[in-house]
Every structure is written in C-alpha cells, then in structure tokens.
Design a protein around this ligand. Sequence first.
Ligand code: UDX
Length: 434
Amino acid sequence: MNICVVGTGYVGLVTGACFAEFGNPVCCVDKDASKVDALNRGEIPIYEPGLEDVVQRNAKAGRLTFSTDLPTAIRDSLVVFIAVGTPQDENGRADLSFVREVAKAVAENLDSYKVVVTKSTVPAGTGKMIREIIEEHQSEEHPFSVASNPEFLREGSALEDFMRPNRVVLGTEDEASAAILRDLYRPLYLIETPIVVTNVVTAELIKYASNAFLATKISFINEIADLCEPLGADVHVVARAMGLDRRIGPKFLHPGPGYGGSCFPKDTRAAVEIGKDHDIDLRIVRAVIEVNDVRVTRMLEKIRIAVGGTLEGKTLALLGLTFKPNTDDLRESPAMAILDGLLAGGARVQAYDPVAIPLVRDEARDGVTYCADEYEAAQGTDGLVLATEWNQFRGLDFARLKDSMSHPLIVDLRNIYEPSRMRERGFDYTGVGR
Ligand code: UDX
C-alpha cells in the first residue's frame, strides 16, 4: 500500500521507516531540502537508537524514499500520514498551521480516493478541521476519509514502541478507511497487538488523556517525594509498594527534576486549552503543570542547600543535559534549566552529556565548561549534580571521582545511586525524596 508521510521529525521518520519495514512503499516528505538531502545520503538528523539501520536498509531496498515534492507524493499514495510539528503557541495552544498546509496540499492533489491520517498529536476536533479544509479546497470531486492514528512513541525507544506497541488506536469515520488502516497494521497482528477502533475525535482525545495521565503520575510522585523529605520517608519504597497494586502499576513513579521533552509539557498545556474552549476546567491537569513548573526551582534550592547555602563562587559538575537518556533532545529539558539556574546563581559549571554537547556548545553561556567525560566534569568541583540518568553514569569509578573533587558531594536528582552505599564511599549524598 503506497504511503506518504509528511514531516521527517521524531514521529514522521520512525513512522515512515517502520511502515517501509512492514513492506510498504513509503515516501517521506519534508519541506526542508537540506534534511531531505541528508536523509537521501543515509544521514539521520536525530539520535534514535536503531533508526539508522532501519532507514538505510529500507532506503536501499527502494521501499523508503525522501522527497520535497509533496504534490507528487500525495498523488502516488493511498494513505497520507500527517506527522508535522504541532508546536505550542504563546498561550499553550497547539499551532496547527503546518497541519493546515498539508490538508490544503492534499485537497489540491486529490486525484483519487485517499485516507488522510493525523499521526502528530493534534487537539480533539482537528480531524473535523482537516475535512473542512479539503472539502473547501479540493480541485476535483473525489471521496476521501480523514482518520486519527496517534503515536505513542517514547524518544529513545521509538522503534520498540512502534513495533511492539501496547495498543494501536484508529479513529475513523467510515469502514473503508478502518479496513485500510487495519490492513496496514496487520504485521503487528502476529503479536496480538490490541487495536482500538473508534471515531476520530475519540482517538484524538485518547492521546491527550494518555499523556496527561502519565504526566499526572510524574507530578504526583514528585509531590510525594517532597513530603517524604521532611518526614524522613523513602519515596523509592513508597513508589515500589504503590506500584505493586496492579491498579497503579510501577511505571512512571520515578521522582526527579520534573518532566520535559516535546510532548508532556506541550500536551498538558494543550489539553487545558481544549478544555477551556468547551468551558471545562481540567483542574487536575492544571495542577500537574503547576507542580512541574516549580520543579526546577525546587531542585536548585536543594543544590544550594547541599553546597552550604549559596551557589555563589562554587564550581559544580553537571552530568546530563538532555531531557531524558538515549536521546539528543533538549526541548524543555529540566537539566538545561538547572544548568542555567546554577549559572544565574553565580556558580561555575563543568558539564558533561554523552550526546548533547555539540548541540549546545555554541550557545552563549558564561561560566560553563563542556567536558569530555564525567571525570573531567568532576575535577576540582565542590559538588556533582546528576540531572539525566544516562546508563553510563550508574557505574562510575567513585573512588576516582571522590579523589578528583574538592568536596565529595553528590546531588542525585534521579535517585540512581544507593544513598547508604554512597555515604559508605565517603560522599555527602542528597537524593530526591530519600
Ligand atoms: C512521552 C510518552 O511517554 C509517549 O507515549 C508519547 O508518545 C510522547 O511523550 P517521551 O516524552 O519521549 O514520551 O519520554 P518519556 O519517557 O515519557 O519521559 C517524559 C519525561 O518524563 C522525561 O523528562 C522523563 O525524564 C520524565 N519522567 C518519566 C519522570 O520524571 N519520571 C518518570 O517516572 C518517567
């Protein structure tokens, strides 16, 4: 089945490569010619483990092509996936201008029946808007279907999440498009992936409700962690015992500097705006955002206290800059906000991150030194802040680390170290909620 995927970002590139992997001819379209040229050279513009192999293998097999020619790609396809950015605008609403552009291009190139599917996270009601745009601008009278197939890809495990999803959600307006999309996902049938088929607006809302709930779990455990500290309770044990209740589950109960990335911050704010549009106040989601918005400030306070009361004149190591491990994404990264907060507080920072330093090195930031590894970052510092839980930070040579630091102090914002072990090693250890 000929597929066109519009947008070659985190979602579009993974979607296109995986549909090609299922054997479909796929054309990935982007308006950025330099990005398309790089992709045609087999260069992947994002850090996503395993993606380069899948892209190169399918490009070599001729199933996966990259182009800037949207009209041709639309005409050649039965299914058009819209995987363009839906960034948030100044008041937290999802900016749908790129989605509208693609809908218009589909209308102008509708030379036969097509299924137009939103893959990007779009506000409930966007499918209706796409239908209106196509009906208004279509050059020839052809039937078409609009559908929603939200992505549930986590950065750093996007391929796994696409190939072994917990569920596939299909929001369709007619049986024809439902049959076509079911057919497209048939290769997943082998591993009995549940497929939820519903109407378009319900599918759009499932995405927001899922992400808002995941963000709720994070803000919830962060608040419980804050309560654990004065009580002397251990939030890890609380989370573990909570998670043993199968109604709660163990995932997404890790406290830390708050959620970042390009999804949770955007989707929670957009959800509140969608509610406002219909006079429904999503108070819980608003509270989740409020808790997350003060998280970095609380972490900076924790660090200030741990280093003796002031950041002024201190030299600190900062391990991790990305918003989570196994990605190079810095969007709304709490670690970057912590870096800027430490510098603003008068500290000098020696920062290390396994992949992100080339992406930030040229930004103007006085007082930061980017280091080649964890040990260089720790050299001569008054303390070390662990901000992003890259695996390589878990098994460091702590004796070497301790010897190189002026003060053997660790502020572990992701609780990846065992407090008693760290104290036995002679570190002054501070975690989150422990
Ligand atoms: C998320 C959703 O998980 C995914 O389904 C959706 O399609 C896109 O948004 P992603 O943003 O890539 O994926 O990363 P995720 O692993 O969900 O983490 C999001 C943020 O929450 C990160 O900043 C992470 O550090 C933080 N987090 C996650 C916590 O602070 N605690 C947790 O327990 C889990």
